[in-house]
Design a protein around this ligand. Structure first.
Ligand code: GLC
Length: 765
């Protein structure tokens, strides 16, 4: 472990305080009043962050005083003290220490003997001896009342206390359970909630790292890694929402997507031919299931060669995709990173000629095996390779493809793991797989984003499996190979709300489950929940029971239709949340602790979430249950189906027959709705409906062309609607886009009226 020793002196240099320890130098960097960076350049002097791309520090007033061997630094929000051995305390402005390094005795479990390991392995156990010594090691005191949230897609419940996690992007084909330390994504950002405060820690280091959150000892938690810099951000705030806002200030927010990407998407590994996809599209319309996109999994390619179509299965891709588009379907194609090593294949030849693939330390292209067999791997950490990949996206967009699904980009390999010393070129600096592994998916998504942007001019729709902090700027994410299990339906809530707290707001799980066979009841319950996921895609594996809507009995088809129609009517609500989210960094799916952290019930509530602040979803996630135990936090709420008013801070049982997902609307909300549509853009939407829940409501509604970047130049309209004591008013607060609405429908509990739309109006209801 790197040591620091005595703190000898401190120097203030612009927004940094340089810390001269007897054995190492470190620094504190004041990013904003609420964000302090702790840095020790073991590998290099500057950050070299893949997550934070802009210069984020703003001029901030602070005081720094070094006396009696202790540095005391204060901003408007945080007081930091640094002592010998780099022991740091972060306190709030009242002097409450929230986050404190500790050097108390450790309680490391003795390692298992080799014999014991061998014995266990004979029965098939996978034994990974725990590693507890790291070169870079930060250990923080636990005061006893901590809850830990974050760390991305990891599978444990929402509160991560007592678990250990490894940040090493991992394709995990076994049944996902909370026992796994690593999964596809690396989001090393943790929110710690205590009775007297909340704070965030973002460890910006791409090497394999481990978080032990009181598993070793409940008196402390630790972070460890062997390489790179010590580079972490302490984030102060009053609420969980503040911490998420500051984290996305650093790493970027999820941008407004194209409107169609919020529609229902149908996928399956097993649609082999053009005809298979055409049938799916036709059935969607035949069964009146709203749907906006079909996905082409690996079988559309020629021998799994990226940027090709199999000419037997897809004789005329351009024409077929055009036909789908005429029927209101966008086409999304999978693209894996692995390139088939085959002379004469243009992508391989170009990559070899230009040195675009990862190499062995001896300089040979590194080969492994993925779907195409013998495979090489583009080095996405090299900007030239990203540009090349972005240009290749043109092959897809020329054929009419609207979105790209990036899979296997951990990267996943079938013939053993890619060794750590495989050589990569980090935008001009020699680097290796150990450092670039966790950003491989991030850089691939970035290249895909740039390609789609360049070749379509639209807001790129990219889906990724692997990512790193900051990937939200370029891509949506799905949670990989889940299974058609009740446990996985349940798991989707903590998994997706956690991704949201970690900036990955546009995310979803494979609806109805990827592997294993779904059942009609499971599929129905999954859809009732899944229509509220930002990314709403039904995907399944080859060989499993088909789970397109019409593969179920009439009752279940009806449930698909009912809930997808509900989603389509709620599209303006989803889209408004995305618009706000681009500014605030706030997720769409919010665990209740996001807004109600002073209510202890919310701290470990894994079974519900809110969509924005106004809609609370409490789905049934157990077989055979036709009821749900619901908890409503403070305030009054309305049952969406019965309109019954219910006071919050209240736990009760709601009956929920198979077609009922309990939904609650917060008092004083306005919920905007569009008419039902078979697909987005089927109808010119000229009516906006506002459902009013209460006597004192306010709502901001955004409208634009739903596809390109012109909104960033002001081409949008923003309306403010209010309803107070029986008077409704509308105000156009930003006027920058063609007016689409002709009528406005206002629905209160008592009345529903439709009036001509005017940008500014006042009506007595
Ligand atoms: C991986 C993906 C899955 C995809 C399959 C075939 O397992 O996670 O979604 O269908 O590969 O491409």
């Amino acid at each position: 472990m790197f040591e620091f020793g005595k703190l000898l002196s401190c120097d203030v240099c612009d927004n940094k305080v340089l810390l001269n320890f007897a054995e190492n130098k470190a620094r504190l960097e004041i990013i904003r009043d609420d964000i302090i960076n702790v840095f020790c350049g073991f590998e290099c002097d500057e950050h070299n962050s893949k997550a934070i791309e802009n210069d984020v520090a703003v001029p901030t007033q602070f005081t720094a005083d070094f006396s009696d061997g202790v540095l005391t630094l204060k901003t408007k929000c945080v007081a930091v003290t640094v002592k010998d051995n780099m022991l740091i305390d972060f306190a709030d402005t009242n002097g409450n220490i929230l986050c404190s390094d500790t050097d108390c005795e450790r309680t490391v479990e003795p390692s298992l003997s080799e014999d014991a390991i061998k014995l266990m392995e004979q029965e098939g156990h996978i034994v990974t001896p725990p590693k507890s010594d790291y070169n870079i090691f930060v250990r923080k005191k636990v005061f006893g009342d901590e809850h830990f949230y974050g760390l991305g897609d990891k599978l444990s419940p929402m509160d991560k206390k007592y678990y250990q996690f490894t940040c090493w992007n991992t394709d995990e084909p076994r049944t996902h359970t909370e026992a796994y330390e690593a999964l596809y994504k690396t989001l090393p950002f943790l929110i710690t909630l205590k009775d007297n405060g909340v704070y965030g820690l973002f460890f910006d280091n791409t090497y394999r790292s481990v978080f032990n959150l009181c598993k070793e000892n409940e008196n402390y938690f630790w972070y460890g890694t062997d390489n790179g810099n010590l580079d972490y951000y302490y984030i102060a705030g009053q609420s969980v929402a503040d911490i998420v806002g500051a984290y996305t200030y650093l790493t970027g927010t999820t941008p407004l997507p194209q409107l169609w990407t919020l529609g229902y998407q149908q996928s399956r590994w097993g649609y082999i031919t053009q005809k298979d996809i055409e049938d799916v599209a036709e059935n969607m319309r035949k069964y009146n299931i709203p749907c906006d996109a079909v996905h082409l999994d690996i079988d559309y390619m020629d021998a799994y060669k990226v940027f090709t179509f199999n000419s037997t299965r897809w004789p005329n891709p351009k024409k077929a995709i055009e036909k789908l588009s005429d029927n209101g379907f966008k086409t999304v194609t999978i693209i894996d990173p692995g390139v088939k090593a085959e002379d004469g294949y243009y992508i391989y030849d170009e990559g070899v000629k230009n040195g675009y693939f990862c190499t062995t330390p001896e300089g040979e292209n590194y080969h492994n095996v993925v779907w195409p067999g013998d495979t090489v791997f583009p080095d996405f950490s090299n900007g030239k390779v990203r540009d090349w990949w972005a240009n290749n996206i043109k092959f897809l967009t020329d054929n009419g493809v609207s979105g790209v699904w990036n899979d296997m980009n951990e990267p996943s390999t079938f013939n053993g793991f890619m060794p750590d010393d495989i050589v990569m070129n980090d935008d001009g600096k020699k680097s290796d797989h150990a450092k670039m592994h966790n950003v491989y998916g991030h850089n691939m998504s970035r290249a895909t984003y740039e390609g789609l942007k360049k070749h379509t001019g639209k807001r790129p729709f990219v889906i990724t499996r692997a990512c790193y902090s900051g990937s939200q700027k370029y891509t949506t994410a799905w949670t990989g190979d889940n299974q058609s299990l009740w446990a996985h339906l349940k798991m989707a809530i903590p998994q997706l709300t956690t991704l949201g707290l970690n900036g990955m707001s546009f995310a979803g799980t494979d609806l109805c489950g990827f592997s294993c066979d779904t059942t009609p009841e499971l599929a129905a319950r999954w859809m009732e929940l899944g229509v509220f996921f930002p990314l709403c895609r039904n995907h399944s594996a080859n060989g499993t029971k088909h789970q397109e809507p019409w593969c179920f009995n009439d009752e279940v088809v009806g449930i698909f239709r009912k809930y997808l129609n509900l989603r389509y009517t709620l599209l303006p609500y989803f889209y408004d949340l995305f618009y706000q989210g681009e500014k605030t960094g706030f997720p769409l799916m919010r665990p209740l602790v996001f807004r109600y952290s002073s209510d202890p019930v919310t701290h470990t509530l894994n079974s519900e979430f809110t969509l924005g602040d106004s809609i609370l979803i409490a789905p049934v996630t157990n077989q055979g249950e036709n009821f749900k135990t619901v908890y409503l936090p403070e305030g009054n709420w309305y049952d969406y189906w019965t309109k019954e008013k219910i006071s919050g801070k209240n736990m009760f049982i709601r009956s929920a027959e198979l077609d009922v997902c309990p939904i609650y609307i917060k008092e004083n909300s306005i919920i905007p709705k569009f008419p039902e549509q078979a697909y987005i853009g089927e109808k010119e939407i000229d009516n906006l409906k506002l459902e009013i829940y209460g006597d004192n409501c306010e709502y901001e509604h955004f409208s634009d062309n739903g596809s390109d970047f012109k909104y960033r130049d002001g081409e949008y309209n923003l309306y403010k609607f209010t309803y107070k004591d029986g008077v409704f008013s509308a105000k156009l607060i930003h006027d920058g886009y063609a007016k689409k609405y002709k009528t406005l429908t206002i629905k209160t509990f008592e009345k529903e009226i439709t009036v001509d739309f005017a940008d500014n109006m006042k009506i007595n209801i």
